[in-house]
Write a protein that binds this ligand. Structure first.
Ligand SMILES: CCCCCCC/C=C/C(=O)SCCNC(=O)CCNC(=O)[C@H](O)C(C)(C)COP(=O)(O)OP(=O)(O)OC[C@H]1O[C@@H](n2cnc3c(N)ncnc32)[C@H](O)[C@@H]1OP(=O)(O)O
Ligand SMILES: Cc1cc2nc3c(=O)[nH]c(=O)nc-3n(C[C@H](O)[C@H](O)[C@H](O)COP(=O)(O)OP(=O)(O)OC[C@H]3O[C@@H](n4cnc5c(N)ncnc54)[C@H](O)[C@@H]3O)c2cc1C
Length: 672
């Protein structure tokens, strides 16, 4: 319907090729560092190719589909992936190949909560027999489960959850009830339409006594008809800001009966006579959330920011707007220092959070190994670290994606840029798996407790909080000094707020009031604590990684930039704490600007090194060839609104006025 408009060789393609020629480092080697080795890169590419070449997984661009189409296609693809593609290619969970799974997945898929929450919960909360019964069924999609914890009335405050599981000794069943509208489960992914089971978090009640939140497997739909079972009201909660392919659901249960064996009973059990047996700490009930807070940031936030950076930096390298040199040619917007100041620190964030996150995953794995031997002494530390890490990463990456989107000017607002999709995907990561403020407060609670202890009684990673403040020797811009600066700031923040808490409580103020009045500083302490962890982990990585000099230099520059950018955007905090002087801050700002200039020629190479395929980004601005304008035009042509040359509705509603206009104009014409 539309004629083709094409340039023989677009200037934009030429510009991006030049950028690549100017890069001062081997891009492929940086990709290997990012992936964790050459073999990992090869393996990832193999898996990604397997998925991308599969005709069943092809679908039209998201921005041309309705919600219904997006849900339908995502379900069809996910069913195929989990039942055919994965088992047929030996990509079993736990295998090395499976690690690259999230990068290979189509841009929209579902059944993810089934895989990342329902299945892990069976493993962590189920006894051996329960795991043996439920796990194979879940892995084969014979049962599909949601993680049903949040209710209409309560998400953060889990002690406030209202759904009840009352033990009926006579029938040896639990009776599940949502006593009020506010008790209805609300939000769980995959639950509205696809799931036939749910892992329901409910208050256990035996003989009128409440035992708190426990995990129950509840069947919600019939396995042959997929109809909701008696007593179950289930459906999709409606359109959201993003995740439109996913059926986040509501679930109202009235006298739904499940067998006694459906209480997942690794940590606590109800005997046939109603005796309650506690086998492990109540806190392990929260273990599923720690698991997700440790493992989700990579795929749901860090990779998302990496994609946004790829789009915004490639586009900024080909988008020419205005003059730097009066009388010269128009420049790429990436040549403006201010554009570099928006985008290059986001690259630093991607690297910092990725490598810090790998450290947390290792710590968590060590914790799980100890837990298997009955030792959960590190639980409080891993909870505090993972809570603030999830909060900080989701916050930094969400802010970063919005910066990238706005840095693309008007085109960043177009769905065709791929950026609104990424923003809507990442923004709920600040809410799900624990709302960020609530998580920072959890970390602060732990830190304040630690502040009253001796260094010898604290975990090694926390002891600095109560040790003497360290002196910085030399320039603030050295990596060692950045660590000292952030550690000192975290220690002073925690000590400061602990003092405030103690003083207020010594004056007789009730603890809950003390806590509320100190909460602004408590959150600041948790943020500074996790920042010192991230910087420390990034510096360790950069120091230890084996790579060529040019790559090392880029990583060191990104690491320094990450610390300095944070200092420069929060300089008031560092000055207030007395950790930095005005002179330090001036130097930090100047050094940041120098680093931007130094990294600028490598910016396109650095995003190329993330190695996202064009189809994994669905972005007209971020495609490898830089051919942005032709792609934008081609995408516009696909808009469903352009199917007909004349849209019938616009014709119908506007025609009377147009006819009036025609008569007036023709009257004017004939008068003239
Ligand atoms: C394509 C799809 C991708 C996206 C998928 C998205 C999937 C999303 C899933 C979800 O969102 S699932 C729902 C997630 N919900 C939450 O995370 C709820 C957040 N709330 C909580 O974690 C807790 O209720 C709370 C905020 C910690 C409660 O605070 P409260 O002060 O009431 O604590 P208590 O319950 O009394 O706990 C006391 C004690 O326990 C310690 N603790 C709390 N959480 C944990 C934990 N996770 N692990 C270990 N320990 C924990 C807490 O620090 C207290 O310790 P003490 O200070 O008493 O020693
Ligand atoms: C896309 C998406 C997917 C989800 N998937 C699932 C799922 O699969 N399963 C599931 O069970 N849930 C799921 N959820 C729900 C999610 O876990 C909750 O929304 C989340 O835990 C936050 O709880 P809330 O909505 O009750 O927020 P609230 O706690 O009501 O937060 C509202 C405001 O109150 C503030 N606030 C709350 N408590 C405090 C406090 N103590 N001190 C200071 N401020 C406070 C918060 O900071 C926030 O500003 C999902 C949510 C989304 C958006």
């Amino acid at each position: 319907m539309f004629s083709t408009v094409k340039d023989d060789m677009s200037i934009e393609s030429t510009l991006i090729s030049k950028e690549r020629k100017n890069a001062k480092f081997p891009v492929e080697e940086l990709t290997n560092v990012w992936d964790g080795g050459k073999e990992e890169t090869e393996l990832r590419r193999k898996i990604v190719k397997l998925f991308e070449d599969d005709p069943v997984l092809k679908s039209p661009p998201i921005c041309t589909m309705t919600r219904e189409e997006r849900f339908t296609k995502a379900t069809r693809k996910s069913a195929y992936i989990y039942r055919n593609l994965i088992p047929n290619n030996g990509l079993h969970p736990g295998s090395r190949e499976f690690e690259h799974f999230s990068r290979a997945m189509p841009i929209e898929n579902n059944l993810l909560v089934h895989m990342i929450a329902f299945i892990p919960c069976i493993k962590s909360f189920g006894s051996q027999e329960q795991v043996a019964k439920w796990l194979p069924l879940a892995l084969n999609l014979n049962i599909i489960g949601a993680y049903a914890q949040t209710e209409l009335g309560h998400g953060s405050f889990l002690r406030g959850i209202e759904t009840e599981a009352t033990f009926d000794k006579k029938t040896q069943e639990f009776v599940i009830n949502c006593p009020k509208v506010s008790s209805m489960k609300w939000w769980p992914g995959d639950m509205g339409l696809n799931a036939n089971h749910a892992l329901v978090m409910a208050n256990l009640i035996i003989d009128g006594k409440e035992y708190g939140m426990h995990a129950f497997i509840v069947q919600i739909r019939d396995l042959s008809t997929h109809m909701p079972l008696p007593g179950v009201t289930v459906g999709d909660i409606g359109s959201k800001m993003g995740f439109e392919a996913i059926d986040n659901g509501f679930l109202y249960m009235k006298n739904v009966r499940i067998p006694r064996e459906n209480l997942l009973n690794k940590n606590s059990e109800v005997k046939p006579d109603g005796t309650y047996v506690k086998k492990a700490s109540d806190r392990l009930m929260y273990g599923s959330m720690v698991n997700l807070r440790v493992n989700l940031p990579k795929s749901q936030a860090i990779d998302v920011l990496a994609k946004a950076c790829t789009i915004a930096i490639r586009y900024s390298a080909v988008r020419r707007q205005g003059l730097l040199n009066p009388g010269g040619a128009e420049v790429a917007v990436l040549d403006y220092t201010l554009q570099q100041h928006k985008l290059i620190p986001q690259l630093a964030t991607v690297y910092a959070t990725k490598f810090a996150g790998e450290g947390i995953i290792k710590k968590h794995q060590a914790f799980l190994q100890n837990m298997a031997k009955g030792n959960i002494s590190d639980l409080a530390e891993i909870h505090a670290l993972s809570a603030s890490f999830k909060a900080s990463v989701s916050e930094q990456c969400t802010e970063g994606v919005e910066v990238c989107r706005r840095a693309c000017g008007g085109h960043g607002y177009s769905q065709a840029s791929g950026l609104p999709f990424l923003l809507c995907k990442i923004t709920p990561s600040c809410t799900y798996e624990g709302e960020n403020t609530v998580l920072y407060l959890q970390t602060a609670r732990y830190l304040v407790k630690c502040a009253s202890k001796q260094a010898a009684d604290l975990p090694e990673s926390i002891a600095f909080l109560v040790q003497p403040i360290q002196d910085m020797k030399g320039s603030i811009t050295s990596l060692d000094n950045l660590i000292i600066c952030f550690k000192n700031s975290a220690a002073l923040c925690v000590q400061g707020v602990s003092k405030k808490v103690n003083e207020m409580s010594n004056k007789g103020l009730a603890m809950h009031e003390v806590w509320n009045k100190s909460s602004v500083q408590l959150v600041k302490s948790a943020k500074m604590y996790v920042m010192q962890y991230i910087i420390g982990a990034f510096v360790s990585f950069v120091t230890e990684v084996k790579c060529s000099e040019p790559i090392k230099e880029i990583l060191q520059d990104l690491c320094c930039l990450y610390g300095l950018h944070y200092i420069n955007t929060h300089s008031g905090e560092f000055l207030k704490l007395g950790v930095l002087s005005a002179h330090h801050c001036t130097l930090a700002e100047e050094t940041e600007i120098q680093l931007l200039e130094k990294l600028r020629p490598n910016a396109v190479g650095i995003v190329d090194a993330f190695d996202f395929t064009d189809s994994s980004m669905e972005s007209c601005l971020g495609a490898y060839d830089g051919n942005v304008y032709e792609r934008l035009f081609d995408m516009a042509k696909l808009s469903p609104l352009n199917k007909e040359k004349v849209h019938q509705e616009s014709y119908r509603h506007l025609r009377p006025f147009l006819l009036e206009g025609r008569d007036i104009l023709e009257g004017v014409k004939s008068k003239n």
